[in-house]
Write a protein that binds this ligand. Structure first.
Ligand SMILES: [Mg+2]
Length: 318
């Protein structure tokens, strides 16, 4: 998906709001006020609110301060301390104006306050403003991690994701595979057909790789000019090599004419695959280096092919 498609696709999504209050009557009032414009979820206490945030990932929480057991401040602190929920905007709903409480709420990360009794105009406006702000922030956050030309993830996203996958696979003792890809003789392609055609080629190739690597927890990123990189968690060397071969075959099957390639009449791609089951004495940088080395071998041995290795025991397995 390209960025302009992404932007146009984002607009119609309805905002999600979680209403949290120990008094049903307060939830009812807010529900009536907001139900036509948003998807509404409800919680009656702090723990329910936290569970609900994890489950439905609302854009905004309207959070009552005075609740038994866990009050609104504790809920807010909890949500802000969890990377899964820290971006949810929190509007406190308090019984009356209390400067000290408002200061505390803002310090905990709230974005606004609403006072009871609920004023419909003020509440609707404040919620609408925060929903707009939240959707714009979400969009910027997404765009910052996308490659503008191809629409796949960018290198920053790759660098954010790899350490997380590394830790996860280390904890579960699962193999982690990296595929590094480089379009063959791409400089010749650009020289022959011009940069506009070169960009078009990059887009088509990127989308094909993305379509081929299709498990939700895999990542495809543009690594450099005509280089792409894939992270495949829970994937051994045989599985990784299989996926890489599918990518190599699928790029050739696109039949993008490339008269100045020494490999074929069409655009081809070379792949280097490296796999490891992470341990204390290894690092993800080693894994990337190993994939890069395999890519170099793949180029050296004729391109349009896959070379892979498992570096868990420093032995070449594939
Ligand atoms: Mg209350």
């Amino acid at each position: 998906m390209f960025i302009d498609e992404y932007i146009s696709g984002v607009a119609p999504v309805k905002g999600k709001i979680l209403l949290v209050d120990d008094q049903v009557v307060n939830i009812k009032i807010l529900h009536q006020l907001l139900q036509d414009d948003y998807d509404i979820f409800m919680a009656r206490d702090g723990q329910q609110a936290i569970d609900m945030c994890k489950k439905v990932n609302p854009d905004i929480v309207l959070l009552d301060i005075e609740m038994p057991m866990m009050n609104g401040f504790d809920v807010c602190a909890h949500l802000k301390n969890d990377p899964d929920t820290e971006d949810i905007a929190i509007i406190f709903v308090s019984g009356h104006f209390d400067e000290e409480k408002e200061v505390k709420g803002f310090q905990l990360g709230a974005v606004d306050f609403i006072h009871k009794p609920i004023n419909p105009v003020i509440t609707k406006t404040r919620v609408k403003n925060q929903i707009m702000l939240k959707s714009q922030t979400d969009l910027l956050r997404t765009i910052a991690l996308l490659d503008a030309l191809t629409g796949v993830a960018n290198r920053r996203k790759f660098e954010q994701t790899l350490p997380i996958c590394w830790l996860q696979c280390a904890r579960d003792k699962h193999p982690l595979t990296i595929i590094m890809l480089d379009i063959d003789f791409f400089k010749h392609f650009n020289d022959n057909y011009g940069h506009a055609e070169g960009d078009r080629c990059l887009r088509i190739v990127a989308q094909k790789i993305q379509d081929t690597v299709n498990r939700p927890y895999d990542l495809v990123a543009r690594y450099g000019g005509e280089e792409f990189i894939c992270i495949l968690p829970n994937t051994d060397a045989i599985g990784g090599t299989y996926v890489a071969q599918q990518i190599v075959d699928s790029i050739l099957s696109l039949k993008i004419t490339h008269e100045n390639s020494d490999v074929s009449d069409f655009v081809t791609i070379s792949a280097g695959v490296a796999t490891i089951t992470p341990r204390g004495d290894s690092s993800y940088q080693d894994l990337v280096k190993a994939a890069d080395k395999q890519l170099y071998l793949s180029k050296d041995r004729g391109r349009n092919r896959v070379i892979g290795c498992d570096i868990t025991d420093d032995t070449v397995a594939v």
